[in-house]
Design a protein around this ligand. Structure first.
Ligand code: SAH
Length: 225
């Protein structure tokens, strides 16, 4: 996959390759995820003043007290969510739109990505960036992700990129049979990245739960702004 980067800044392929190598060394062994991280231009998802740091493996500020997630965490969440193809995906916390772009670029393993963000200025910027990249399989909504996106559910995969103290019931309810929810759970500071798998049975809503990693996210907040 190639993106037209004319007019939106250039970064060296060497810097990106270094990031991809680092992710591989830290256990990201999904070739397609590594390829997508190498291709999606992360520098357009941060302010120009921070663009030179876009291919470091760190979270960076995007304004309003929020951050663009660390590339390792984006790769891990993408790989964990897409352990099998997931045609309809909900993301809670669009932020810069970078995780959205990575998911939307995952080829046949994804269909449509629905993403909800509570801060209006962030979603407008994310919309422009995703449009500039020509990613047509994305729908964004200004809203409170605690509620999920009921009108569009059920989802085969849900990824939450801000941390609730407890998993919102509405998100579990909007998982399709066989669906997977990846969510950091815990207080401010360090959270457990939890994976909920809904059983294939349509009649019973049962889940198996595991912990993939320990991570650090901004909190999931209630209400919109
Ligand atoms: N995936 C994003 C991460 C952004 S940080 C990126 O890589 O850029 C988490 C985002 O979640 C913030 O933009 C924050 O405003 C948003 N958020 C927090 N609580 C939310 C809620 N209840 N509903 C929707 N978005 C929420």
């Amino acid at each position: 996959m190639t993106y037209d980067l004319r007019g939106i800044g250039m970064t060296s392929q060497r810097t990106r390759d270094r990031l991809v190598r680092r992710l591989a060394e830290h256990g990201i062994d999904d070739e397609e995820v590594l390829e997508v991280v190498a291709t999606v231009p992360r520098h357009i998802f941060v302010d120009e003043a921070l663009a030179h740091r876009a291919y470091e493996d760190s979270a960076l500020p995007i304004g309003f007290g929020q951050t663009i997630s660390q590339p390792f965490v984006v790769a891990l969440m993408t790989m964990t969510l897409l352990n099998r193809p997931r045609p309809r995906i909900l993301e809670v916390g669009t932020g810069s739109g970078y995780q959205t772009a990575v998911l939307a670029s995952m080829g046949a393993r994804v269909g449509k990505i629905f993403s909800v963000e509570r801060l209006a200025p962030l979603i407008e910027r994310a919309r422009e960036r995703l449009h500039a990249l020509g990613l047509a399989n994305v729908r964004l909504k200004h809203g409170d992700g605690y509620e999920g996106w009921q009108a569009e559910g059920l989802f085969d995969g849900i990824v939450v990129t801000a941390a609730p103290r407890a998993v919102p019931d509405s998100l579990l309810e909007q998982l399709a049979p066989g669906g997977r929810l990846v969510v950091p759970v815990g207080d401010d500071g360090v959270q457990e990245l939890k994976v909920f798998d809904r059983t294939e049975s349509v009649s019973e809503q049962e889940f198996s739960v595991s912990t993939a990693e320990y991570v650090r996210f901004v909190p999931l907040l209630k209400g919109v702004q």
